[in-house]
Unconditional design. Sequence first.
Length: 296
Amino acid sequence: MTDTMPPPPNVDPHALVEIAPGVHVIRDRRVPLVPNIGIVVGEEAALVVDTGMGPENGRKVLDVARRLAQGKRLILTLTHFHPEHGFGAQVFKGEAAILYNAAQRDEFAAKGQAYLGMFRTFGPGVAAALEGTELVMPDEVYDGASTTIDLGGRRVELSTYGLAHTRGDQVVSVPDAGVLFAGDLAEERIFPIFPWFPPDDADLDAANWATVLAALEARKPKIVVPGHGSPGGPEVLAAVRRYILDLKSRVAAEVKAGKTADAIVASLAPKIRAEHPDWDAPEWVDFAIRYFSATA
């Protein structure tokens, strides 16, 4: 990490691209705490995937969605509950049907206020983005592993796999376009985000996370939209899976040799960063090592 103040986490509507017919992404431009946001348009409805952080970003996303939908009804879903992905949902209340999986709703209810407070300490740009944020619950939830939304001539599948990056990670796939929105289960050339904050939040299962990534690779998507970073193919998923499994193995060996978490961070983290010189967010390496050290 550097002492340079990060840019404000502002969604840029001009970063909109159409990655497949009727499947659009407002790209993150590799700005920290800005997610890739999806808008999938069918003949009768449009689905928005994630909102950005705070009401102003949410309004920008809603404006883009209205323009693309051209009067069709709107549906909003989130890849997971973290603030940069869903804390703009309040502006969609009454404008769109808001749909989450049950685990995501429950995790949001349990942790939303705490995460709002934590993120407000991340600097003036983040605090400004969160100004006026109100936490709103979904209008509908689904139980079980998946549900399908009919947008009119196009079906979108929402799937959840249990505890991984969060309790309620949700993958959004558009089968007719071969597009998969992975949320923070996958980043592109960004160290995977391990939200390991015990005792406040320790809901993380890296073994299942790797298993989920393998299952998503097996679907053979044409285009993978990561939570952060550039869209690509299945190699985006594979890179994250290899990182998780490799780091797990290396930390386990260090733990077996009797090293403490601090010692492992000091010796191994610089090596991991050096092996991925073009990856962003190197601060997450330390969190991942401490997770694997605690759970070895």
